[in-house]
Design a protein around this ligand. Structure first.
Ligand code: DAH
Length: 359
C-alpha cells in the first residue's frame, strides 16, 4: 500500500472513531509496536542515504499528521463527553423556592438562644453536662443526701441497679443543677456560666411533661453577695421580656443547695383580661435561686471561706410560654405542624441584643 493511501485510510478511521476506545484502537493500529506507521518508520534503517533523503520526510510527515489528527480527535471526543455529562447530570440552580418556607425554629431553641445572647453580654459562658447523670452529681454533691425528702419530690427516673457506674446509681437528671457541680470540679474560679438543657421527671399533666427544659446559672468568685444576684436577675429579666417596667420580688424559700434561698416572682399587669409581664398588679413565680451553700462549694473541693457565689434555675418552656403566650406545655412536644408554624421562628431570626432578642 502506498503512503498516500495509508494516510487517507488512517485519516478516515480517525474521523469515524466515535468513542475514545475506538480512537485508541486506531492509534495502536498505526503507531503501536506492530502498527502500520511504525513498520514504515522501521524500513528507514535499511534505506540508502539517497532513498532516506526522499522517503524520510514523507514517512515522518505521515507520522506527524496522524499524531496531530489523533490528538485533535481525542480533544473533540473529550469535549463531546463532557458536554454530554453536563447536559444529563443536571443540578438546576434555578429551581423555584417552595411557596412558603416549611421548617421553623422551635420556641425552646429560640428562647435558649435568646438567653445565651443575654447572658453572654454579662460575661457568662454556656456549660453542658450529661442527661444521664450519677446520683452524686444530681443529688449528693448538691447537699441532697440519700435520706433527704427532696429526692422524693423530684420524681426521679432511676436506671436499674446493674447499670450503676463506679458504684453510683444512674438517673436521668432531674434538674440542670448538676452542671454546677461539673463546672466547679472541672475549672478554676472565677466562674460565670449558664447551663441550658433537657431534664426529666416522672410527672405528666397540662403543666408537666416527663421531659422539659431548664436553664441554670452559676457565679463563683470572691465577695459575691445577694445584691449581685438581684442585679443579674433583674438585668436578665428586663432584657428577656424586653420591658423596663419588669419588677422583681424576692421571697425567702428553701433549696438544699443554696443558703439563703430565694424564690423570685415577677410582677404582671392585667390587660384585656390577659396577664402581661410588667407592673405589679399580681405576681408569678419565675425562678429559684440563692447563695451557693458552703457544703456544695466544699463538695467540689473549693474553700467556702475564699469562694462564694450565687445560683439560679428556671424552666425554659415556662419562660417561653410567658413571653410568647402558649398555654399548654404538652403542645411543645407534640410536633404538630400547625403549632410549629404558628409559634415557630424563622431560621434567619437570630436573637441579638442590638436587634431586640425577641424581635
Ligand atoms: N434545681 C431546682 C429545681 O429544679 C431549681 C433551682 C433552684 C436551681 C435554686 C438553682 C437554685 O440553681 O439556686 O427545682
Amino acid at each position: 500500500m502506498d503512503i498516500e493511501t495509508l494516510q487517507t485510510e488512517l485519516m478516515a478511521a480517525i474521523e469515524s472513531a466515535d468513542t475514545l476506545e475506538a480512537l485508541e484502537a486506531v492509534r495502536v493500529s498505526a503507531l503501536g509496536k506492530q502498527g502500520s506507521v511504525s513498520a514504515l518508520l522501521k524500513t528507514m534503517g535499511g534505506m540508502s542515504p539517497e532513498e532516506r533523503q526522499t522517503q524520510g520526510p514523507i514517512i515522518n510527515g505521515l507520522r506527524e499528521s496522524i499524531t496531530s489528527a489523533l490528538t485533535a480527535k481525542k480533544a473533540d471526543l473529550e469535549t463531546a463527553e463532557l458536554n454530554r455529562r453536563l447536559a444529563t447530570e443536571r443540578v438546576d440552580m434555578t429551581l423555584p423556592a417552595p411557596d412558603a418556607p416549611r421548617g421553623t425554629i422551635h420556641p425552646v431553641s429560640q428562647v435558649m438562644d435568646e438567653l445565651a445572647e443575654i447572658f453572654a453580654d454579662m460575661g457568662f459562658a454556656v456549660a453542658e453536662g450529661p442527661e444521664i447523670e450519677d446520683d452524686w452529681h444530681n443529688f449528693t454533691a448538691l447537699n441532697i443526701p440519700e435520706t433527704h425528702p427532696a429526692r422524693a419530690m423530684h420524681d426521679t427516673f432511676y436506671f436499674p441497679d446493674d447499670m450503676a457506674r463506679d458504684g453510683q446509681k444512674m438517673v436521668l437528671r432531674t434538674h440542670t443543677s448538676p452542671v454546677q457541680i461539673r463546672t466547679m470540679t472541672s475549672q478554676e474560679p472565677p466562674i460565670r456560666i449558664i447551663a441550658p438543657g433537657r431534664v426529666y421527671r416522672s410527672d405528666s399533666d397540662a403543666t408537666h411533661t416527663p421531659m422539659f427544659h431548664q436553664i441554670e446559672g452559676l457565679v463563683i468568685d470572691k465577695g459575691i453577695h445577694l445584691g449581685h444576684l438581684k442585679w443579674t436577675l433583674e438585668t436578665f429579666l428586663k432584657a428577656y421580656f424586653e420591658r423596663e417596667d419588669v419588677v422583681l420580688r424576692l421571697r425567702p424559700s428553701y433549696f438544699p443547695f443554696t443558703e439563703p434561698s430565694v424564690e423570685v416572682d415577677v410582677g404582671y399587669s392585667v390587660i384585656n383580661g390577659k396577664r402581661v409581664i410588667g407592673g405589679s398588679e399580681g405576681w408569678m413565680e419565675v425562678l429559684g435561686s440563692g447563695m451557693v451553700h458552703r457544703k456544695v462549694i466544699e463538695a467540689c473541693g473549693l474553700d467556702p471561706d475564699v469562694w462564694q457565689g450565687f445560683a439560679f434555675g428556671t424552666g425554659v418552656d415556662r419562660l417561653a410560654m410567658l413571653k410568647y403566650g402558649m398555654d399548654d406545655l404538652r403542645a411543645f412536644f407534640d410536633g404538630d405542624n400547625r403549632w410549629l408554624q404558628h409559634y415557630g421562628f424563622n431560621a434567619l431570626d437570630v436573637p441579638t441584643l442590638s436587634g431586640g432578642v425577641g424581635a
